[in-house]
Write a protein that binds this ligand. Structure first.
Ligand code: PMV
Length: 319
């Protein structure tokens, strides 16, 4: 490929939340995930000194490394190598790829997948190569394997497509129109919790007692179908009890924690229609569904902050 003279290229990717179905999705059940655009990872390509090769600069975590020399298990260097190969960037160009992100790490908002998506998009843009969402999602999945071990593929899919998705492992994602936009509050416990740990613990639990875990996954699957129907009918209030039950099922799988349970109770006591943990669990974020009134949203957000949430975002789903 003829390499174009590089100016600068920038690309971003949003965070995400899982509305319903995390963990059970690893075992073939459906899940619903939506992008969260208030938080973003942004990658910028700029020319580097002659002979520097492709440099990955991660100022948020104080890292700067040569992509060619990074360990094979470094998820972001790995995805850069794969993207560079696909884009025929061989030998690696003298570029500095800088990543900044406002997505809290290890908190269920898809920080790793968003970072990898932004990097892949920035490299594609720098070479003037359009890259469809399917291809971006497939590349990012490779970095998710290094982050998570056995990812279902939901994070890379919802983030690369940037739209609500109905996701079933090993099936193409289905477009999922939201009839009536609705607000969810996203409350951060401030506890970082690697998804690989909770996914691994659920796997151990399932191996030790497959019947119990399969019953939990089965019930989660039923809730996800019920949630899809409610969203398609615009019957948003019906999501509340489904969220509460999904939270209890996740707690029964062993992936909740005291802080998440306190926030869940707080949201309910302050008037939320429903609330559940979102993502890997044992930290990260709780999502709560407020009634439609603005006053309720403010009151629930304030109660969540008082109960220990380090931040509370209001995100409109389907807008
Ligand atoms: O990346 P997180 O923490 O939002 O979790 C991803 C969802 C899981 O179902 C827990 C794991 C997976 O790969 O689907």
């Amino acid at each position: 490929m003829e390499r174009r003279a590089l100016e600068h290229a920038t690309a971003s990717a949003p965070g995400k939340i899982i509305l319903f179905g995390e963990h059970a999705v690893v075992y073939g059940k459906p899940a619903i995930a939506v992008p969260v655009t208030q938080v973003q990872a942004t990658a910028t390509v700029s020319p580097g000194p002659v002979g520097c090769g492709l440099i990955l600069h991660l100022p948020d975590v104080g890292e700067r490394l040569a992509v060619a020399e990074a360990p094979p298990e470094h998820p972001l260097a790995h995805v850069c190598r794969l993207a560079a190969r696909l884009l025929a960037l061989q030998p690696l160009p003298d570029w500095v790829l800088t990543l900044r992100s406002t997505i809290p790490i290890a908190s269920g908002l898809g920080s790793g997948a968003a970072a990898a998506t932004a990097l892949v998009r920035a490299l594609a843009r720098a070479t003037g190569t359009p890259m469809p969402a399917t291809q971006v999602a497939a590349l990012v999945y490779e970095s998710e394997i290094l982050y998570h071990g056995t990812p279902s593929g939901i994070d890379n899919t919802v983030i690369a497509y940037e739209q609500p998705v109905w996701f079933v492992r090993n099936q193409p994602p289905a477009p999922f129109p939201i009839q009536r936009p609705f607000v969810v509050l996203i409350a951060d416990t401030g506890l970082a919790s690697p998804t690989s740990t909770t996914v691994g613990d659920v796997r151990s639990g399932w191996q030790a007692d497959p019947r119990r875990y399969e019953a939990l996954f089965e019930r989660v699957g039923q809730l996800v179908y019920a949630a899809r129907q409610a969203i398609e009918l615009g019957n948003i209030g019906a999501l509340g009890p489904l969220m509460d039950e999904n939270h209890q099922l996740l707690a029964a799988m062993g992936v909740s924690c005291r802080e998440l349970n306190v926030l869940q109770r707080t949201a309910k006591d302050a008037g939320a229609l429903g609330a559940k943990l979102s993502g890997g669990g044992r930290g990260g974020n709780l999502i709560a569904l407020p009634p439609e009134d603005e006053g309720d949203i403010g009151r629930i957000a304030a109660a969540l902050r008082r109960s220990g949430a380090v931040s509370v975002l209001a995100s409109t789903i389907g807008a």
